[in-house]
Write a protein of this length. Structure first.
Length: 574
């Protein structure tokens, strides 16, 4: 192979014939690399969040091997490196607390190493957005390759979905309609293979967003993690990233306002997780795109639910894959997408979906005949959420979308757990459950606890949904009439901190309103009495997070990481 011109970023380390070049090349040759791999070819970093403590990502070492095949084929040099792995089901207190730490690690790993482009291998809920945020701040050519969903769970002759059925089974056990032996059997039957949740949870939602934006190759989101197609995607991504480097096609070329609008619309049609809203706001903040919380309402008002996928629908990610995947959903959205925007595969969005077809109309609907009319995100405002709150209407009970009831307040998740099943708790189905001090600073990290399980005494009466209001998050696999991300959060003195038991809360979701029916002068009096929690004992990353994290309507990023990184000076290594 003829030598390529030494114009790449990596040439500053490997392209010199002096002492510095000697040092960089010699130590790399300790791994068995021959001389000609340092002939000026593109160096591709493979940013891998593989971990045995992150079951969703536990097969990414194998996927990385296929990425390397593609890179070698195209004449590049693949170099794999690790990044913090955030297993949503394992990390304490919540993976969201460490998303920004992952983003910082990814940014600095890419910036400090002699690589020309990067493939991001992630999957579990916070790994992909954290990687994308970090990569966006460096702005090298970048491609996302996801873990892919696990195979559909099987239990007692029927399909079950990860997460979603957990909430249902748990409620049934507490209601006395499911035995503990059955519960344990379901536990063993739910997770059938490696990969992310096979429901439209946060992981699959953001993988679909990446595909909808053109940052991943077609079928990246829905191809099961253990199918041969997942490895083919890795192989093709390895080829594509070398092409992107040679074309100097930086990540920012695929992070324009139009790309974000496409991602938001695809997310709505998929019934995507509300967590994606926070991640997209943070990503937009990293690359200087003017994106606001209200955009998620505005750009999804004409989008019904097309993907009939749990928890909003009846099927699972494996079914979506066989029905045509995300390209087929996007084909149905063709009239409202920006088809001219480029993708990392070297074509436009329009080219990617030109031949896409729906193979199962039970799984993927059309704009004329959708799975559900209500989809997208509703952004609520009012005196209880002046900075905004959100709802996922496709997961809510229609009869509760306009509701007025007295508040039953839980100050912390521990307070909720201690009292929710107390038979003397003054609560019935006409009430509004309020959980506070679970926001991005207050918990800290904003856990997925907003979809509080209902009191046992109400479950016994057959009640399965209630209006719930919180400054916390909700898993994308969860369901219910839940108002999330109330901003400002209670821990910083937001109005949620002022709610008292017995106060009346009015939810008028169709008109996007959330009101606390308490006189202004009384709220002012309560605000004067409120005091912040002592935070003097915080240390390390937790202290930095507490002092710099933004609220949910700004994406919960750290304030000093917003904006362009163009002023960062990359010094020569010595």
């Amino acid at each position: 192979m003829a030598k390529e011109p030494r114009t790449y970023r990596s040439a500053h380390s490997y392209g010199k014939d002096d002492k510095d070049g000697f040092l960089h090349r010699s130590w790399m040759k300790a791994q068995g690399f021959p001389e000609d791999v340092f002939d000026g070819r593109p160096v591709i970093g493979i940013c891998n969040t593989w971990s045995e403590i992150t079951p969703c990502n536990s097969h990414l070492r194998e996927v990385a091997d296929y990425v390397k095949r593609g890179v070698w084929e195209r004449g590049g040099l693949p170099l794999e490196f690790p990044a913090l792995s955030l297993g949503e089901t394992q990390v304490r207190p919540t993976a969201m607390l460490f998303r920004n730490l992952l983003a910082m690690e990814v940014e600095e790993s890419i910036r400090m190493n002699p690589i020309d482009g990067v493939v991001l291998l992630g999957g579990c809920d916070k790994t992909t957005p954290g990687q994308m945020m970090g990569a966006a701040s460096v702005d090298l050519p970048t491609i996302v390759v996801s873990s892919g969903p696990m195979l559909t769970g099987k239990f007692q002759g029927r399909d079950i979905g990860s997460g979603t059925e957990v909430w249902r089974f748990s409620e049934e056990v507490r209601a006395g309609t499911m035995t503990m032996d059955e519960f344990k059997a379901a536990e063993a039957a739910m997770s059938r293979s490696r990969g992310v949740c096979m429901t439209m949870g946060s992981a699959s939602s953001f993988a679909a967003v990446a595909e909808g934006m053109g940052l991943a190759l077609p079928h990246n989101a829905a191809t099961p993690g253990v199918e041969a197609g997942r490895f083919r995607i890795g192989h093709l991504a390895g080829r594509a990233i070398v092409d992107l480097v040679r074309a100097d096609a930086k990540m920012s070329q695929f992070l324009t306002r139009k790309h974000f609008e496409n991602g938001i619309r695809v997310h709505a049609a998929m019934g995507g997780s509300t967590n994606s809203i926070i991640h997209l706001l943070a990503l937009a903040g990293r690359c200087g795109v003017d994106l606001t919380l209200d955009d998620f309402d505005v750009f999804t008002r004409d989008i019904p639910l097309l993907a009939n996928i749990s928890p909003s629908g009846d099927f699972h990610m494996e079914d979506l894959h066989y029905a045509g995947g995300v390209p087929a959903v996007m084909k149905e959205l063709e009239s409202v997408l920006h088809l001219d925007v480029p993708t990392v595969g070297g074509t436009t969005i329009g080219d990617c979906i030109a031949d896409a077809r729906v193979w199962n109309r039970s799984v993927i609907g059309s704009l004329a005949e959708p799975a559900k009319e209500l989809a997208g995100t509703w952004v609520l405002r009012g005196n209880l959420a002046p900075g905004g709150a959100i709802m996922k209407p496709s997961a809510a009970s229609p009869e509760l979308l306009s509701f007025e009831g007295r508040a039953v307040v839980f100050d912390t998740i521990e307070d909720y757990k201690a009292r929710v099943d107390d038979p003397d708790l003054d609560i019935d189905e006409t009430c509004v459950m309020v959980l506070r001090n679970c926001g991005i600073r207050g918990y800290p990290g904003m856990p997925e606890v907003a979809n509080m399980a209902l009191p046992k005494k109400l479950l016994g009466k057959g009640v399965r949904d209630m209006v719930r209001v919180s400054d916390a998050r909700m898993s994308g696999t969860a369901f219910g009439t839940v108002v999330l991300h109330v901003t400002p959060e209670a821990d910083v003195g937001g109005p949620l901190a002022l709610v008292r038991d017995g106060d009346v809360i009015r939810l008028d979701a169709p008109n996007r309103a959330l009101e606390l029916l308490v006189p202004d002068d009384e709220l002012e009096r309560r605000a004067r009495e409120w005091s912040a929690e002592d935070r003097s004992r915080l240390r390390g990353y937790l202290k930095m997070h507490d002092q710099h994290v933004l609220q949910a309507d700004k994406g919960c990023d750290l304030d000093f990481l917003q904006g362009s990184s163009g002023d960062v000076v990359e010094r020569e290594s010595h």
